[in-house]
Design a protein around this ligand. Structure first.
Ligand SMILES: [Fe+2]
Length: 229
């Protein structure tokens, strides 16, 4: 089953297989935007199983593959194999972390993608570790984030991992930014400017890669998640 879900106008989400990072279980999610041209823009691709590929092919041609930070690399090469004509866009520190993955473009302050009028991007600054690029899909008024905000689904984990995630601040709908990520934001002035930029976007929905998404009034939730900055 592909489990493609319509989340907003011309925006879908599709859950992938669970993964473990530092032994911690994570659910995974890919986000799909259909651009005005009909081309598909794929954020944080999951494994391209035949059912998932069939579902995407019914939506349109996969044209852009987005690796939004240096951590989210798993589906990039498998997707590029299935869709060799797609452009691979990666976060600033991704090439250094993944020398085996060939990027067509690296996000920077001066990069101007052909989809830039429909999806704005911003490199969330201030962390010595995370180089996350966050996105705003204007048509569906959706903010798309990867790891900065996490709201892990409580029912999916054993008791031990629920406690770990609770203590880290990323469990359930009240989750947010994990303690370790907060600690990595050593330049709070830069982080503050990024927070301001993100909150200036006119979004009402939030898609995240790990856990509960928000389908209305998302701005106050994001504001709350970033209130420590
Ligand atoms: Fe992640």
């Amino acid at each position: 089953m592909s489990a493609l879900q319509l989340f907003g106008t011309d925006l879908w989400i599709m859950d992938g297989d669970p993964v473990r990072m530092f032994t911690i279980p994570f659910s995974t999610r890919m986000t799909i935007v259909r651009l005005e041209s009909g081309k598909l823009w794929i954020h944080s691709p999951v494994a391209p199983t035949p059912n998932r590929i069939d579902a995407l092919k019914r939506l349109g041609p996969v044209s852009f593959i987005i690796a939004p930070n240096r951590i989210h690399s798993l589906g990039v090469n498998p997707f590029k194999v299935k869709f060799p004509n797609a452009e691979v866009w990666v976060s600033p520190n991704f090439p250094e972390s993944h020398k085996d993955i060939e990027a067509d473009s690296v996000f920077g302050s001066d990069t101007n993608p052909e989809w830039g009028d429909e999806i704005e991007y911003h490199i969330f600054a201030g962390s010595f570790y995370l180089d996350e690029v966050v996105f705003f899909h204007k048509k569906s008024r959706t903010l798309i984030v990867t790891d900065i905000i996490q709201k892990h689904v409580t029912a999916k984990d054993p008791w031990f991992w629920r406690q770990v995630k609770h203590l880290a601040g990323v469990l359930g709908k009240e989750g947010g930014v994990s303690l370790d990520l907060k600690a990595s934001f050593t330049d709070r002035s830069l982080a503050g400017k990024s927070k301001e930029k993100v909150l200036s976007w006119d979004f009402d929905r939030l898609v995240i890669s790990h856990g509960y998404c928000v389908n209305k009034n998302a701005k106050s939730i994001v504001e709350n998640c970033l209130s420590w900055i």
